[in-house]
Design a protein. Structure first.
Length: 327
């Protein structure tokens, strides 16, 4: 399987419970390739050095969460040049119309236009790079969210088109719906997903937040004017969000998490305590890795070496099928 994550800022509880912990489980189940997709991050203008610093911070936290370089291949995308190489090939077998129909492009274009107005060509063609990311490792399964199925279908279409023109080269991947992680909502706006783009950080629990900060944010979490503690997303989104978080942090269902809790104040305290306990070993490991950043870099270098070997084999196959003149 292949999965990537952009270095777009500090990890929060939604990232952890929604996908990061699932990566840790997947590395024990299958041949897993994970990647910090820093080339994708370049589609939006960044200050010099910003992406590198964000990539190192993200990698540090993912290792702290539990990614093991002995169990998975984990690396920074730009350190394996075959990603950019195959991305160009994928652009030649991807239609303009296919790219223009990508829902995420329409959304991100709107965001860019509402900002500085600059919409890069890379923002338009990034699904071709995403296809390259997937195909370079003979990926059979790609875990996707609700908004990413389109990209896997485009990857399958482009790979199938290449195979038809030049002979069997690529494995056609399948989109898989991962086992549902907790859907963590904003503590101040519980009908919206927890996101770094929120208007206020009061509703976001960052993995780096102190126990005192975590407790304060949960105590101020929005609930409702009723008094009964029950899991009912439609009618009690705030309470249901707290129960989802409490359940995920303690290995229970939201319904089971509600057992024995009668007051909202008690629910907030219990949820805060569970999250503090969940994050404590992660924060301790982050501190160790930040004290020795060489360990993170060594582990990433190992991932780059292993990824490059696999990607080079696939690119040799691609160039052989294309029949271009090689040295």
């Amino acid at each position: 399987m292949f999965s990537g994550i952009q270095p777009s800022g500090a990890l929060h509880l939604g990232n952890l419970l929604g996908s990061n912990l699932r990566w840790v489980t997947e590395q024990d189940r299958t041949d897993a390739v994970f990647c910090v997709v820093d080339l994708h991050a370049l589609t939006i203008p960044k200050a010099p050095g910003e992406i590198g610093a964000a990539s190192l911070e993200l990698a540090t936290r993912l290792f702290a969460v539990g990614l093991d370089p002995d169990k998975c291949v984990f690396f920074i995308q730009s350190t394996v040049p075959q990603h950019a190489e195959l991305a160009w090939i994928m652009q030649t077998v991807t239609a303009f119309g296919e790219l223009s129909r990508m829902t995420q492009f329409k959304e991100k274009r709107g965001q860019a236009e509402s900002g500085d107005g600059f919409v890069s060509a890379g923002l338009f063609t990034y699904p071709a790079l995403m296809a390259a990311d997937i195909l370079l490792y003979d990926t059979t399964e790609v875990p996707v969210g609700d908004d990413q199925g389109q990209h896997v279908e485009l990857t399958r279409d482009a790979a199938g088109r290449f195979n038809s023109r030049y002979g069997d080269t690529f494995v056609l991947p399948k989109a898989t719906l991962p086992q549902a992680g907790a859907r963590v909502m904003d503590l101040q706006s519980p009908t919206n997903k927890m996101s770094k783009s929120a208007d206020t950080e009061a509703g976001i629990i960052y993995l780096s937040d102190s126990p005192a900060t975590i407790t304060k944010k949960f105590k101020r979490a929005v609930t409702d004017s009723e008094t009964d503690v029950r899991f009912d997303v439609a009618n009690k989104p705030g309470v249901s969000n707290l129960l989802s978080i409490l359940g995920a942090a303690t290995g229970r269902t939201p319904e089971d998490a509600a057992t024995g809790i009668e007051r909202y104040g008690d629910l907030k305290v219990a949820t805060a305590e569970a999250v503090v306990e969940l994050l404590a070993p992660i924060q301790a490991r982050v501190a160790e890795l930040e004290a020795d950043p060489g360990e993170v870099r060594r582990n990433l270098a190992l991932g780059t070496e292993r990824a490059t070997a696999r990607a080079a084999d696939v690119m040799d196959r691609v160039w052989d099928r294309l029949g271009t003149l090689r040295p």
